[in-house]
Design a protein around this ligand. Structure first.
Ligand code: LMR
Length: 393
């Protein structure tokens, strides 16, 4: 049966975890997988999460099934954090999903059931896993221009020109904020222009929001979603709680679908329930219970807001720190996009060979595209990092 199965290479992002762990150099630096790190290099369990977990431990009296849509309090809280009343709740369906990836996968099945031939347009480049995840589910993917690798800016005009040519009824995937991998997002005005094209061309926005709160703030980062929701008849939003709640391995996310009316929303809900049942039956509970506990309690929510703001501030600080250090070690190179980008990622603009040399000769790990996770930068490693980058330029 399995005789002819080929050996696959490790995942382009997750494969770096094992490679980094196996490296015995003490000055090695991990700028690979997108997880937040403190100044001590730790990916912490947030205090608000710890407190919520304690409450759950003390009060949970059953682990009986909750159903295909997961925790209803979690779903209501996620819906409100995402849409904040920008649209009539009766038109919205929100279900819990196993992480942002699980949410994307359920969305893919929904799209395939609704209109199996409509392609999904994805930014060039997009998150490494969008392509195998959505493509592997059976969707056809097509690229739209997004990032100018020479000038390190968004190609807004080229993007809009391409979207203006997309046939009616096709789907366009956007990153709500902290674009992965480039870290560069459209401005609010650019989102308005994009929305105009979506409305004009009758395109379906499909928004991946994996980093709400990591760019500008919880509300600011949801601007594109709330603005579009006011204008379009239908849209899809995939949320992840991996980063903003630090619940990575607990696999918690949600999927929201905006329907044309309440009756359509009810039919979509039944379809989502069926899709979940046929893939994983029910999402895991613990992470969603934590989020529901935090968002259902004023004091815990306030505590979480403070911790989220601290993560955002540290990332911005590390962007400025690395940018400053690179100005010293590589004065002939313009790295100003490091401080224009937000969230954890941006490109260094290095070749595959330079990325390989950084790993081999300096123990500095990043994705092959030269995407770095700036949360891996610290006061202690920044000089070594900037010197190492300069050495391969
Ligand atoms: C990343 O892009 O590094 C994160 O979203 C982790 C992942 O699953 O790829």
């Amino acid at each position: 049966m399995f005789q002819d199965l080929e050996q696959l290479p490790p995942d382009a992002i997750l494969g770096l975890i094992a490679e980094f762990n196996a490296d015995s150099r003490t000055d090695k630096i991990d700028l690979g997988v997108g997880v937040f790190r403190t100044a001590e290099g730790v990916t912490p369990v947030l205090d608000a999460v710890k407190a919520a977990e304690q409450r759950i431990l003390d009060s949970q009296d059953s682990k009986a099934y909750l159903g295909t849509a997961g925790n209803p309090d979690f779903n209501a809280a996620m819906q409100s954090m995402t849409f904040a009343g920008s649209v009539d709740d009766a038109r919205l369906v929100t279900v819990q999903a196993p992480g942002g990836s699980g949410s994307l996968r359920v969305a893919a099945s929904l799209l395939l059931k609704a209109e199996s031939n409509a392609p999904v347009w994805v930014s060039e480049p997009t998150w490494n896993n969008h392509v195998p995840l959505l493509g592997g589910a059976g969707l056809e993917l097509k690229p739209y221009p997004y990032y100018d690798t020479e000038r390190h800016v968004i190609r807004t005009d080229a993007m809009l020109d391409t979207l203006r040519q997309v046939p009616k009824g096709e789907i366009v995937l956007f990153h709500a904020c902290c674009h992965n991998p480039s870290g560069l997002d459209p401005s609010d005005d650019e989102w308005r222009a994009i929305t105009e094209v979506l409305v004009e061309r009758e395109l379906l926005p499909f928004i991946d929001m994996a980093y709400q709160g990591f760019a500008r703030g919880l509300d600011e980062d949801a601007f594109a979603i709330r603005h579009m929701a006011e204008q379009v008849p239908e849209m899809i939003v995939s949320n992840s709680c991996s980063k903003n709640f630090g619940l990575y391995r607990d696999r918690v996310g949600s999927l929201s679908v905006l329907a044309a009316d309440a009756e359509a929303a009810a039919r979509i809900r039944s379809q989502l329930s069926y899709i979940a049942r046929t893939i994983y039956s029910m999402p895991p509970d613990h992470g969603a219970a934590i989020v529901a506990t935090i968002l259902g309690d004023e004091a815990l929510t306030a505590q979480w807001h403070v911790e989220l703001a601290a993560m955002r501030a540290r990332i911005l600080d590390m962007r400025a720190l690395l940018h400053g250090a690179l100005k010293e070690t590589a004065p002939d190179h313009d790295f100003s996009h490091l401080v224009r980008a937000t969230g954890m990622f941006c490109f260094l603009g290095l070749s595959k060979e330079q990325v390989e040399a950084l790993k081999r000769d300096h123990g500095v790990y990043m994705v092959g595209s030269s995407r770095i996770n700036v949360a891996g930068v610290t006061n202690d490693n920044v000089d070594y990092l900037a010197t190492s980058i300069a050495a391969v330029l």
